[in-house]
Design a protein around this ligand. Structure first.
Ligand SMILES: *Cc1c(COP(=O)(O)O)cnc(C)c1O
Length: 390
């Protein structure tokens, strides 16, 4: 008999707020509710909490606090980085270089700029989802004003050679933006090491609250204001600060980075056990993404002859929460743009499953998935109309 359990393996979509983070946030909803812009001690308390969080975020990525700007999340940070650079550099040029496997927060922002007359190159990736720095070099023209490549992919976990890509951009005095939302807490994301001029983060991907993030803007980078209004965020992103959210972001990033040396290898060991176990137990299966240059928590496997959505439903019935790719596309029938960019045929892209681990997952969770998954695939394949065509 299969045991009914509850196993959450979709940490690339979102993570639970860590109890320490929730505790740190709580007073800022109630007794410390002041508006940081006001001039009495209640307000100063809130202002100080925001500035302390800014210091934590800065320390986590090797930046100065004045280079950190709080936003409503990773999506806003990506929008600001790209649209703000495009607007500030319109006279200089109208061309942006990015990759074909970016998160929709980057891709759809670029598409929106194309409608305004900007030109965008979407670089191809290799079979593992890597952007080759030489491709960036070839794509750059005199009109290029920004290179934007994500640090690590949310669907397949592939880690990009960010520093080499940034150096190509800098050789042409072009600023470099990276969506580092999946990198925080997974591997050291230092803005100087990565040579990033702009870097986007999101709290809810590493144990913080949803709706809070930050954009790192290197001193001297040309970028317009994102939100007009009051003088918050040194006049560059108006709106009364989300004080509890910002406090949560600060505490969460502190914990994520401090816990990384212990947590990342533990997750990587569970990841590798899952990958090996699945590939060994189930035929006609292959790993998506890079075998080693990969986020420590990411497993993404293609199963031939089955639909990813059917696997998800059967896993859910057995208490396992997983994904076929990005949460943002799970309602659409289009195969993942990331998997098709890696060269997967549509039917294999449709038959892919993503399991992303988090700090609360245990070896028992891994055992459970390895116990139930082969039977699920076998049952689905037995009734699969795709199988006969092979
Ligand atoms: C989740 C995610 C985002 C969006 O962040 P939100 O805070 O949810 O808006 C952007 N990029 C990547 C790579 C992500 O995984």
């Amino acid at each position: 008999m299969e045991r009914k359990r509850s196993v959450y393996m979709d940490h690339a979509a979102t993570t639970p707020v860590r109890p320490e983070v929730a505790r740190a946030m709580l007073p800022y909803f109630s007794e410390r509710f002041g508006n940081p812009s006001s001039l009495y001690s209640l307000a100063r308390e809130a202002k100080e909490a925001v500035e302390e969080a800014r210091e934590h975020v800065a320390a986590a990525i090797g930046a100065s606090p004045e280079e950190i700007f709080f936003t409503s999340g990773g999506t806003e940070a990506d929008n600001w980085a790209i649209k703000g650079t495009a607007a500030a550099s319109r006279k200089k040029g109208d061309h942006i270089v990015t990759s074909s496997i970016e998160h929709h927060a980057v891709l759809h922002t670029c598409r929106s700029l194309e409608k305004q007359g900007y030109r965008v190159t979407y670089l191809p990736v290799d079979g593992y989802g890597r952007v080759e720095p030489e491709r960036v070099e070839e794509a750059i023209t005199d009109a290029t004003i920004l290179v934007s490549v994500m640090a690590a992919n949310n669907e397949i976990g592939t880690i990009q050679p960010i520093r080499a890509i940034a150096e190509v951009a800098h050789d042409h005095t072009i600023p470099f933006h990276t969506d580092a939302v999946q990198a925080i807490g997974a591997f050291p994301a230092d803005v100087d090491e990565m040579r990033a001029d702009l870097l986007a983060i999101s709290a809810h991907k590493f144990g913080g609250p949803k709706g809070t993030g930050a954009l790192y803007i290197r001193r001297g980078t040309r970028i317009t204001t994102f939100m007009d209004g009051g003088a918050q965020e040194r006049g560059r992103r108006a709106g009364t600060e989300n004080v509890p959210g910002i406090v949560g972001l600060g505490r969460a990033i502190e914990l994520a980075v401090a816990g990384m040396p212990r947590n990342a290898p533990r997750l990587a060991a569970m990841r590798d056990r899952l990958i090996r176990g699945i590939l060994e137990a189930i035929p006609d299966t292959r790993l998506n993404g890079h075998p080693t240059e990969r986020l420590p928590n990411n497993v993404n496997v293609a199963f031939r002859y089955v639909e990813g959505e059917s696997i998800l439903l059967m896993l859910d019935a057995l208490g396992v929460a997983a994904s076929t790719g990005s949460a943002c596309t799970s309602a659409s029938l289009e195969p993942s743009h990331v998997l098709t960019s890696c060269g997967l045929p549509h039917e294999e892209a449709h038959g892919s499953l993503r399991l992303t681990l988090g700090y609360a997952n245990t070896g028992d969770d891994v055992d459970y998935v390895l116990e139930v998954l082969p039977g699920i695939i076998e049952r689905l394949r037995a009734i699969s109309p795709l199988r006969g065509e092979a």
